[in-house]
Design a protein around this ligand. Sequence first.
Ligand SMILES: *Cc1c(COP(=O)(O)O)cnc(C)c1O
Length: 392
Amino acid sequence: MRNRSKRTTLIHGGIRRSQYGEVSEGLFLTQGFVYDSAEAAEARFKELGEDEFIYARYGNPTVRMFENRLSAVVGYEDGFACTSGMAAVTGALTALLKAGDRVVASRALFGSCLYVLEDVLARFGVEVELVDGTDNAAWSRALTPATTLVFLESISNPMLEVVDLAHVVEAAHAVGALVVVDDAMATPVYSYSAACGADLCVISTTKHVDGQGRLLGGMICGSKELIRGPIEAYMKHTGGAMNPFTAWVQLKSLDTLDLRVQAQATGALRIAQALEGHPRLSAVRYPLLPSHPQHEVAMRQGGAGGTVLAFEVKGGKAECFRMLNAFELFTISNNFADSKSIVTHPATTTHQRLPQEQKDVLGISDGAVRLSVGLEDPEDLIADLMQALDRI
Ligand SMILES: *Cc1c(COP(=O)(O)O)cnc(C)c1O
C-alpha cells in the first residue's frame, strides 16, 4: 500500500467506532467511565490499555481521535489536545523545563508566548535568551551546551519572518537541546516541523483547524515517548486537557482543513501579488513573494506561505485607520485563519503594549497591517482592498 497523503489521513486517521458503527465520529460527552468490576477498575488504574479511559482530564475517546488524527497529519506519532493554543505552549514548556535550565527562543514571538518565556519561566529560574530567528549565526552562537530547549515560531506573527528550521534543529540537537516549534502560522497542512526533525510541534487549533471562529483549542504533537511521558503526566495533572465537545467540532473541521487552507493560501499569494508595487504601500510581505527576505528558505521548506500576509501603508496610523474603516468585506478583528477575511492593525491592538524599541526591532510600525485571507473569492477581496486603499 502507498503511504496515505495528508488529505486521506484528515478524513480517516485515528477513527474509533463504538458498538453502533456510526459513520460520523461519535461525541463522547462524558467526564468519567465505568468498570465492570472492582478488579477491572484496579487493572485499569494499574495499566491503561489502548482503548481504555479513566477520566476526561486524562483522556476521552473523542479527544483521542482528534489527537491521533491531527498528530498523524503533521507527521508525529502522537498528540495531546489542550484547552487552547496557549495551554499547549505553556504545557509543553513547563512539562520539560526546570529551574536552572536555559532556553533560546526567536524574538519574533506572539505576545502571550513572550509573556510565558520572559515572565513565567523567568520566575521559576529558567534563563531565556532571545535571538533574531532569521539569523543562523545568532542561533549557532546562542546554542551553548547549557541550552536545554529551543522555542520558535516557524513563521512569525504578524510580520512573517521565516526561520531556517533545519539549521536550528541541527544546531540545537548538536548541543543536546530539544526543539519546540509553534506552527500556528505555518498551518498543519504546510507544517514542516516533523520533516526538519523538531521534537515537538505546538498548534493553536483555534486558528486553521477550527477555521470558523468558534472554539479555542491547542495540540502538542511529538513522539509517543514525549507525549505519553512528560507531556501527558504534566497536562493530565494540571488540568489543561481539551473538552470532548471542542474535540468533536474540531475533528469534524479536519474533513475540510486541507481544502480550506489550500484555498486560503492560494488567495493570500494572489492578493500579495496584486498589492505588490501599489503606490500607497511601501512594502508587501508574504513568504512566497521573491521580495520576501527569507523567500529562499521558505521555498526550501516546502513552499509554505500560509494564509496571512502583511503590508506597510505609506504614512502611518491615520492612513491605516482610513483604509481599515473603508473595508466592506475585510472585518476588523485580531484573530486569523478564519473563513472570513480579517484585517488587523497590530501596533494599536495585538501589539499595543509592546515597548516601542521592540516594535521597531520586529518591524511593527504604525503603517503595518496584517491581512488574514479567508474563503471568499480572492478577486472580490482584491477589489475591496483597492477601493479601501483609494479612500486613504
Ligand atoms: C494564536 C496563537 C497562539 C495562541 O493560541 P490560542 O488558541 O489563542 O491560545 C500561540 N502562538 C501563536 C503564534 C498564535 O498565533
